[in-house]
Every structure is written in structure tokens, then in C-alpha cells.
Design a protein around this ligand. Sequence first.
Ligand code: FES
Length: 145
Amino acid sequence: MYSEKVMDHFNNPRNVGEIENASGVGTVGNAKCGDIMRMYLDIDENGIIQDCKFKTFGCGAAVATSSMATELVKGKTIREALEVTNKAVMEALDGLPPVKVHCSLLAEEAIHAALWDYAQKNGITIEGLSKPKSDISEGEEEEDY
Ligand code: FES
């Protein structure tokens, strides 16, 4: 049911962890299943994503898609990172079973939420980016999960 790439990223997720003093952090949740994903971005002064890490409290497909998403945005510009859609992530993973497509949305939204946080912190507007609906980072500091 799962492609080899999905299994590989699930069993050996890349870039798991946190980035201290990250340029942007995004936390999103899937209201249906309750799964949560947090994405950290380290963005340099030229707007290049130097590093990306994630933590996912969720299903295997969510872990695999977050892992692939971090690989895809690393080294990219902000504009290019916006093109890392859930479709792009799924393609890179050689597909997901239809019932698991919604899981890949978390990865896309986590990237957007982290970029949104970066834009807020720096007082800039990123063209084509709006606050993700599933952004649950409000009151993040008090939250401990
Ligand atoms: Fe919740 Fe996959 S079942 S993200």
C-alpha cells in the first residue's frame, strides 16, 4: 500500500528535531485526526532556507511527508519553498494512498505557517502567502506537548 520511498522516510525520517532561535516556526494541526506537525526554518539574510527541521506527532504518512518536505525546502528560496505543495511532496514520495492524502496537507501547511512566522517576525509580506487555517501556534509558548 505504501511506496518504498514512503516507507524509507517513515522508518528513517530526515531532519527530525528543533532549531534553536529559528527564523520561523510553524505549528499546524489536522482537526480530523488530531495530528500535529511543527516545522522550523533557518533562513539566511538572502532569503535562502539553510536548514529545516520538524517534529510530527502523527501518523506514518504525516511523518514521511514532513521528512520529504524538509528535504525539498532545504537550500531553496522562500519563493521556491512556496512551491513545495502537498502534491509536490506526494510526487516526490511516489504517491500516497487516497485515504492518506490529507496527511500530506499538514506538511505544506507547516511550511506556510513557518514562513508566515518568519514574515511576521521580520515585518515583511511574502507574496502569495496567507496565514494557514490550520495554524495553531497561537499561545505556543505556554503549550507543552
Ligand atoms: Fe492524521 Fe495522517 S492520519 S495526519
